[in-house]
Design a protein around this ligand. Structure first.
Ligand code: SF4
Length: 299
């Protein structure tokens, strides 16, 4: 096992419309909830201990997960409206602060504005790798449209079972959609390539967050990855904590047990998906970002 142990990876953010990423309803103008250097992502996204990922948390999301850790911004629309120019300036500011990457968290519904923002930032001198940190519920068309704009795809393959996806995120056909999106991501940017400085230059990393009482769904995710994307590194997350509406679902109203984690971890090893990262056990308090604060990640 390649042993990079992550601590809290606050890799989620944002939500609304149950589509593959088109904007409608309350989300006509791009909103951003927070941007800054963030050290909870995978090592090739964060770089060294002084760099961090230059993370931009977009408001809104195309899913409405009942357990969303970032529900304040994904489902309650917290954030401020920003223009494409401001977005480009944020990217430049993060680069000037020595961030390792530009990490776009839950970007899907804002793909048009983000494309423009990246183009503008590049005109202004942006040279950092761009990370698309999404939930994998995206159309192939949208991923194709990001060709040449995104260097690293970081999809969270959330469910291996459409029943779970329907129950907890209110969507249909998640599994097929995610497989098609990830296949397109891989086709577009190829294998993960890490530079001498330890920062990813391009490629795909698949995340998966284990949910309590839904271990079969996790095993199915791993089986699919082993079958279809065996060369993509996996980042296995165990930070689940019942938040938002999770208390309405008794079976997910608790943390993942050690026994549950072990079953999934053993399958990861069995399938030889051992070239990624596993989040370390978090026996103490779970840190949950509070986006009503100036710095949501400050305790
Ligand atoms: S957990 Fe679900 S609702 Fe929350 S940001 Fe991620 S995909 Fe969106």
């Amino acid at each position: 096992m390649c042993g990079n142990l992550l601590t809290h990876v606050n890799y989620r953010g944002l939500s609304q419309r149950l589509s593959f990423g088109e904007v409608c309803g309350n989300y006509q103008i791009m909103k951003i909830a927070w941007y800054g250097k963030h050290f909870g992502e995978e090592p090739p996204i964060c770089g060294n201990e002084t760099q961090g990922a230059g993370t931009i948390f977009f408001s809104g999301c195309n899913l409405r997960c009942v357990f969303c850790q970032n529900y304040q911004i994904s489902q309650q629309n917290l954030g401020r409206e920003v223009s494409v120019e401001e977005l480009a300036d944020m990217m430049i500011e993060l680069q000037n602060k020595n961030a390792a990457t530009i990490d776009l968290v839950t970007p899907t519904i804002w793909w048009r504005e983000i494309k423009e923002g990246i183009a503008l930032a590049k005109e202004k001198g942006l040279r950092l790798p761009i990370v698309w940190n999404s939930n994998a519920f995206e159309s192939v068309e949208i991923i194709k449209k990001m060709t040449g704009f995104v260097d690293i795809y970081l999809p969270d393959f959330k469910y291996g079972d459409n029943v779970c996806a329907r129950k907890y995120s209110g969507i249909e056909n998640y599994v097929e959609t995610a497989i098609a999106a990830i296949a397109e991501m891989q086709k577009q940017v190829g294998d993960l390539e890490i530079g001498e400085n330890g920062v990813a230059k391009k490629g795909v990393i698949i995340r998966h967050l284990i949910l309590p009482s839904n271990i079969e769904s996790s095993l199915s995710v791993l089986n699919i990855i082993a079958e279809k994307f065996p060369q993509i590194p996996v980042s296995l997350m165990r930070q689940y904590f019942p938040l938002h509406l999770a208390s309405n679902f008794e079976e997910i109203n608790r943390k993942v047990s050690e026994a549950e984690f072990q079953v999934v971890f053993e399958r990861l090893i069995e399938l030889k998906l051992d070239n990624g990262w596993v989040q370390e056990a978090d026996s103490e308090e779970i840190f949950v970002p509070d986006f009503t604060k100036v710095n949501p990640f400050q305790k």
